[in-house]
Design a protein around this ligand. Structure first.
Ligand code: PHE
Length: 346
């Protein structure tokens, strides 16, 4: 019966020891002293192999009871210690979610790009493809194949930066027309070409030596001047409001015939006349026309089969009118106070 006492004692000792244990490590070291191969229980069991069966049974039950009690004690202590670790971590690592975060300075899309994107959206909806070309162009693409042979007086209006007599910074996006026609081999075309262009102009409030254009070209069977008017009216209404009207005035471009300047009814006064439209009720926004037969022929198009129109939009002009910007230089001097005004609020 001494042994039974020993079991009870072992449980009591374990209880006491466990109370003083504060780490999982200490707990793991203590456990074998009670439940290990050489632990209190195992040692006691080793002594009762010679005892009569009666007693063995009783002692066996008592040792099992003690073992279970000890296992439960150690297990509960382990759970308690682990919980304690978690609690300590939680209380140390709590974050104040109400603290204001660190603000990330986000940029915004440049107003010129916003204008280009809006127009691209509109034209993609009408089935146009977006095309681009290089800013360094050949004299042939930029002028000659657009019906402006060397020495043509209309070149003066687009005096630009030459790299050598045959290479220049393009003065217009129209050479993308020539490039696309070369690729399409006499087939129909419906493209919109945004891009940067250069002219040797003195910079002032309305002129910049570099600016953006968007070129449009539509070639196909039976494309008429009426189609051009329809496309231009869409542009005017998209950019300046659905009440807008357009007015076409005869003009001249070597690569279109007939050619027109396109005016939009003034969005500020609705056409009555105000300082913005210089009291005319109209504002000039782009040039356009039916593609000149010479241009078609030079690029291998059969003028009797295929015809079409082209237009060139001044992106700065549209963005300035739309956003009431009074100096074109604002687009290029990178003053963050100016650019931030065009941040989309989301
Ligand atoms: N390329 C012309 C310019 O820069 C604009 C234009 C394009 C006119 C297409 C007619 C057709 O002035």
């Amino acid at each position: 019966m001494d042994l039974i006492k020993k079991f009870d004692e072992a449980v009591a000792v374990a209880k006491e020891k466990l109370e003083r244990i504060t780490t999982i490590n200490d707990l793991n070291q203590e456990k074998p002293n009670f439940l290990g191969k050489k632990g209190v229980i195992a040692q006691a069991m080793a002594t009762f192999k010679d005892l009569p069966a009666e007693l063995k049974k009783e002692l066996g039950m008592a040792s099992n009871k003690a073992r279970t009690a000890l296992e439960t004690l150690f297990e509960n202590k382990r759970i308690a210690l682990e919980q304690q670790i978690i609690n300590e971590k939680l209380s140390k690592e709590t974050i104040d979610v109400t603290l204001p975060g660190v603000k990330v300075n986000s940029g915004s899309i440049h107003p010129l790009n916003q204008t280009i994107m809006e127009l691209e959206d509109l034209f993609i909806g009408m089935g146009y493809e977006i095309c681009e070309g290089p800013e360094i162009e050949t004299d042939e693409n930029c002028f000659e194949k657009l019906n402006l042979p060397k020495g043509h007086p209309a070149r003066d209006m687009q005096d630009t930066f030459y790299i050598n007599p045959e290479l220049l910074l393009r003065s217009q996006t129209s050479p993308i027309q020539v490039r696309t026609m070369a690729l399409k081999n006499g087939q129909p075309i419906k493209i919109l070409c945004p891009g940067k262009v250069y002219r040797r102009d003195a910079d002032d409030a309305t002129h910049s030596h570099q600016f953006m254009q968007i070129e449009g070209l539509v070639l196909g069977k039976d494309i008429s001047f009426a189609n051009l008017k329809g496309a231009l009216l869409e542009v005017a209404r998209k950019m300046f409001g659905k009440e807008r009207e357009i007015r076409l005035r005869p003009s001249f471009f070597p690569f279109t015939e007939p050619s027109v300047e396109v005016d939009v009814s003034c969005a500020k006064c609705g056409g009555k006349g105000c300082p913005m439209c210089k009291n005319t009720g109209w504002i000039e926004v782009l040039g356009a026309g039916m593609v000149n037969n010479n241009v078609l022929e030079m690029s291998g198009y059969d003028k009797n089969e295929i015809q079409g129109f082209a237009f060139g939009i001044g992106v700065e002009r549209v963005a300035m009118l739309k956003n009431r910007i009074d100096d074109i230089r604002n687009f290029y001097i990178n003053d963050i106070r100016f650019l931030q005004q065009f941040k989309e609020v989301k």
